[in-house]
Design a protein around this ligand. Structure first.
Ligand code: SF4
Length: 405
């Protein structure tokens, strides 16, 4: 049976954070209940009708999955267990927001095999949390973290965010050391992006342009400060025993996120829920409907259908919950292979590239590789190709070189 990763999207949050452009919104009890029923129908459809495969990882993301009452999550997981075969050693993660966890929820997650928590802390400074529009304080986070440990969770990620308004290296150092001091198994640290359509965009759009152009912004940190924060993050976490295994991800030995590695290695994944994306067979990409009411309505009668690819006008196999279906041409698959794979510190494996495309990496990219090597941005050996420290610092530039015409 083929292996598959499953992503389950829960598009609800207590309140929208000021910087967030994810598909998530507050919702009343009635909408939550109707959505969970629809989601279960989609899970059942793939598991029963399409016999989609054996799950190696499950990632329940959002939104704030931990905001749902435990009986909802229990019934979602019950459905997954009933209609899919799950590998014995599967990694099963749920995203949680501090302030939303209770002992009852944590125990219930365990009962359904959830063995990894991803906690969105972002900052250990309450003032910064307020600016971000987060619903929790650092103390609430600490209480939830301790509760999770008491309930026996031994694989916890903490999400952090830097390059926040008025942030300097000292402020992020405080967040980093407080976080590392708790000894979670995994830490993610992403730079804040100012996304269109968010309150932050309205407030900081001109500052973001100045920042990107290398001028002194008024409130956002200068790009040199952002660079220094990135370097400090690497140093502090290395000192604390974490290995950087992807541009923004650090783990203690044996605790890399298998679900995300699968994503960076272009393994097959099935996304269920509002707006969820899937990659099937390496070349078919699907996006689910993004409108909640339409999704709930259409989930009542899910069927296989044909979808016209906008670019190629080819008919693709799809289901009625899809909003978009696309067949990735071989060049697009190769580009993606390099973009995603080179985000990992180990880089890409030559043999996987050959297995996927029937060409060697050098057949396609020898000139780019030679140029980036001469610029000291990339290194290679007979097994792998990877970005150097300098290449990771300049990853936007380095990765863009792998675009094919
Ligand atoms: S909790 Fe996460 S998904 Fe929800 S609004 Fe905040 S950043 Fe967005």
């Amino acid at each position: 049976m083929r292996e598959l990763e499953l992503y389950i999207h829960i598009p609800f949050c207590m309140r929208k954070c000021n910087y967030c452009d994810f598909l998530s919104a507050p919702a009343d009890e009635k909408s939550q209940s109707a959505y969970v029923e629809a989601l279960k129908k989609e899970i059942k459809f793939y598991g029963k009708e399409l016999k989609a495969g054996e799950l190696s990882t499950i990632y329940i993301g959002g939104g704030t999955p931990s905001w749902l009452q435990e009986h909802y999550m229990a019934s979602i997981m019950e459905t997954v267990h009933k209609f899919f075969s799950i590998k014995k050693d599967a990694e099963i993660t749920i995203e949680c927001n501090p302030g939303t966890l209770t002992r009852a929820k944590l125990n219930s997650y365990k009962d359904f095999g959830i063995n990894r928590l991803s906690l969105g802390l972002q900052s250990a400074d309450d003032e910064e949390l307020k600016v971000l529009g987060r619903v929790h304080t650092f103390q609430q986070f600490l209480r939830n973290y301790e509760l999770a440990r008491e309930c026996g969770y031994d694989n916890i990620n903490i999400d952090l965010m830097y390059a926040l308004p008025r942030q300097n290296t000292e402020k992020f150092y405080h967040t980093l050391t407080k976080t590392a001091g708790l000894k979670p198994e995994h830490i993610s640290a992403y730079a804040l992006m100012i996304e269109k359509g968010t309150p932050f965009y309205e407030k900081y759009k001109f500052d973001a342009v100045r920042q990107e152009a290398g001028f002194q912004p008024e409130v956002l940190p200068h790009e040199d400060v952002v660079y220094q924060i990135g370097k400090m993050t690497e140093d502090v976490l290395k000192e604390a025993g974490y290995e950087r295994y992807e541009i923004s991800n650090y783990a203690k030995k044996g605790f890399v996120c298998r679900h995300n590695i699968g994503y960076w290695q272009r393994e097959e994944y099935l996304g269920v829920g509002l707006g969820a994306a899937s990659l099937i067979g390496g070349n078919l990409r699907y996006n689910n409907l993004r409108d909640l009411d339409t999704y709930i309505l259409k989930a009542d009668n899910i069927k296989e259908c044909l979808f016209i690819d906008e670019k190629t006008e080819k008919k693709l196999p799809a289901v009625t919950l899809h909003e978009k279906a696309e067949e990735l041409k071989r060049n697009a698959q190769m580009e993606e292979f390099m973009f995603l794979g080179l985000r990992m510190i180990q880089g890409i494996e030559r043999s996987r590239f050959y297995q996927s495309f029937g060409f060697t990496v050098d057949n396609i990219y020898s000139r780019v590789i030679a140029r980036l090597e001469a610029e000291e941005l990339l290194q290679q050996n007979p097994e792998r190709v990877w970005l150097t420290e300098k290449g990771l610092d300049l990853s936007n530039y380095a990765l863009a070189q792998f675009l094919l015409d």
